[in-house]
Write a protein that binds this ligand. Structure first.
Ligand code: ADP
Ligand code: MG
Length: 571
């Protein structure tokens, strides 16, 4: 009977989530499928969203967080319920710590079975609470568009961060008619709103400019908040019109080229130790900047903080806080300076002092780097990698870096000339981010080569994702600094090696000579084992030109290097 009448076209929750995401401009999704979200991944693909399927939600979550940072739009992680959501917390918490926009979407138990020991049951809303800016459970299909837009808008506005959307499996199976779906979407679109950001007043801008103008030793510091705001051109103008030296944080590197004549990177201790006014743009005065405290900073330094987050400014109590988007605030500063321009000039004593110290330090470092040390220390292969990366020109490769020594040496030696081309362990010092970040970078910037320079420990956290690289044919070259462990080798004092398990390998060591390059060969990727400058140069030349997934396993002397200067006292 019913067949005689046209049936209304039905839309299920999976399709409505995918459609809402696509309508909001989401174009990529990272995750691991399974019950109850496989249909959602398939629907997302059908709605034009590229779904990158991982082996582990942890890596996929790191990818989503980095994708959010690189694009300035929330990266999406899709996971199954219970343990999938718990693995996803790694990415969510990483997004929160780094202030990167991300949304975790997890399936969850059927609402009727909650509390009865359902399959993968967990109170996921409670689990995500410490790690999310905002979370919501959709309890009915009619809430879907509104919930999707809310998590995206909270994640991407104000101080970016991770948000969570919970999709119970019973809701995933509900349907509405096509007409109802469209109405729900349109109504929810009308209600979308961004978090309001207080915008700095003109008098505050005038005060900032006056402080900078009167300063004897001004410094401009910028970080990943400036990167996410895409403030590079405004910052370049500010630096070049005023002649004030600048210092990027590790991921701020590249907003202005490291090779810029006003870069104070190689004179960091002098710059932060002696500056009298520091304009800090989108960077927190946390451990990475020694909390802004003496003795690293002068006790008399006046901080001008530019941050989108008012609480951040309240926390740090700077001399002057400018709340707002980094790019907008720096543009306002530029406009104010234009009224009455000033420029320190090359012969200004402060500029000269920074420049002189930088040149001295660079010469010292280059003298170290010039030696070919075999078996490899950290410096020799890092120099060879730096030269190969610089040789790629523009668009510059995105560098992913993690590890202890490998990251520290890499930060000092590798050169960043373009914005948002460095991803590292970040605010949280998160290890295991490497492969996820590589995949995010390759997907976010298809025109760029991605080069990971990782310790063997960092690589091991997510090494199976090399299969993901091969499957999606991503132009990623992973260089593993293989020193046989965390820090490398057995570094215990002889008196520490005692007790019934004294013959076990040291907690810091892995199998010596691990053949990491063969992992990617298992999936059809290219592996290289190198131990000399010639072998490394040839592997880099071949893999960079091929732009295909590769792992270069670099044998490093297990006893070369030591823990980061900033953290040594904690270990
Ligand atoms: P870094 O590690 O480079 O020092 P942080 O992550 O510590 O950077 O600091 C980034 C800061 O930038 C955060 O306090 C965040 O609130 C802020 N931020 C994020 N987006 C913006 C933006 N668009 N404009 C200004 N500040 C921003
Ligand atoms: Mg190691």
């Amino acid at each position: 009977m019913a067949d005689n009448y046209p049936q209304p076209l039905l839309v299920d929750t999976n399709a409505l989530v995918a459609r809402s995401l696509a309508r909001a401009g989401v174009d990529r999704m990272f995750g691991v499928v399974g019950i109850p979200v496989t249909g959602l991944a398939n629907r997302a693909v059908a709605h034009g969203i590229r779904f990158i399927a991982f082996h582990n939600e942890q890596s996929a979550g790191y990818a989503a967080s980095a994708y959010g940072y690189l694009t300035g739009r929330p990266g999406i992680l899709l996971t199954v319920s219970g343990p999938g959501c718990v693995h996803g917390l790694a990415g969510l918490s990483n997004a929160l710590a780094n202030a990167w926009p991300m949304v975790l979407i997890s399936g969850s138990s059927d609402q009727r079975d909650v509390g009865r020991g359902d399959f993968q049951e967990l109170d996921q809303i409670a689990a995500v609470k410490p790690f999310s800016k905002f979370s919501v459970k959709a309890t009915n299909i009619t809430q879907i568009p509104s919930c999707v837009f809310q998590v995206l808008d909270h994640a991407g506005s104000g101080r970016p961060g991770g948000c969570y959307l919970d999709l119970p499996s019973d809701v995933l199976h509900q349907t509405v008619t096509e007409a109802e779906a469209e109405k729900l979407l349109i109504d929810a679109e009308k209600e979308r709103k961004q978090e309001g950001v207080k915008i700095v007043s003109n008098s505050e801008i005038e005060k900032a400019v006056s402080l900078l103008r009167k300063a004897e030793r001004p410094l401009i510091v910028f970080g990943k908040g400036a990167a996410i705001a895409r403030a590079e051109n405004s910052l370049k103008k500010l630096v070049e019109t005023t002649g004030i030296p600048f210092l990027p944080t590790p991921m701020g590197k590249g907003l202005l080229p490291d090779t810029h004549e006003l870069a104070a990177t190689a004179a960091r201790s002098l710059a932060i130790g002696k500056c009298d006014v520091a304009l800090v743009v989108g960077a927190r005065l946390n451990w990475l900047l020694h909390f802004g405290d003496p003795p690293k900073w002068s006790k008399d330094v006046s901080f001008i903080l530019v941050d989108i987050c008012e609480e951040e400014i309240e926390l740090r109590k700077p001399c002057l806080g400018l709340v707002g988007d980094a790019k907008e605030v720096v543009e306002m500063i530029n406009k104010e300076i234009k009224e009455d321009p000033f420029c320190l000039g090359k012969s200004h004593p402060w500029v000269e002092a920074i420049s002189k110290k930088s040149k001295e330090n660079v010469l010292k470092m280059e003298a170290q780097l010039a030696k070919d040390v075999v078996p490899f220390n950290f410096l020799t292969p890092m120099r060879i990698i730096r030269d190969a990366i610089v040789g790629m020109g523009s668009p510059a490769p995105i560098v992913v870096s993690e590890g202890a020594n490998t990251m520290d040496v890499g930060r000092a030696v590798l050169v960043q000339t373009e914005p948002r081309t460095r991803l590292d362990a970040g605010t949280w010092g998160t290890m295991g981010v490497g492969l996820g970040y590589c995949i995010a970078a390759a997907v976010a910037s298809p025109d760029r080569l991605v080069v990971a320079v990782e310790g063997d420990s960092g690589f091991g956290f997510s090494a199976m994702e090399v299969e993901t690289l091969v499957r999606y044919e991503l132009p990623v070259v992973v260089i593993v600094f293989n020193n046989g462990g965390v820090y490398g080798g057995d570094r215990r004092d002889p008196e520490e090696i005692t007790g019934p398990y004294k013959d076990d390998p040291a907690p810091t060591s892995f199998v010596p000579g691990a053949a990491y390059h063969t992992l990617i060969e298992a999936f059809g990727g290219k592996g290289y084992l190198v131990g000399t400058p010639e072998e490394l140069k040839s592997a880099l030349a071949e893999s960079f030109a091929a732009r295909k997934p590769a792992v270069i396993n670099v044998t490093i002397d297990p006893y070369a290097g030591a823990e980061s200067g900033r953290l040594q006292h904690k270990n």
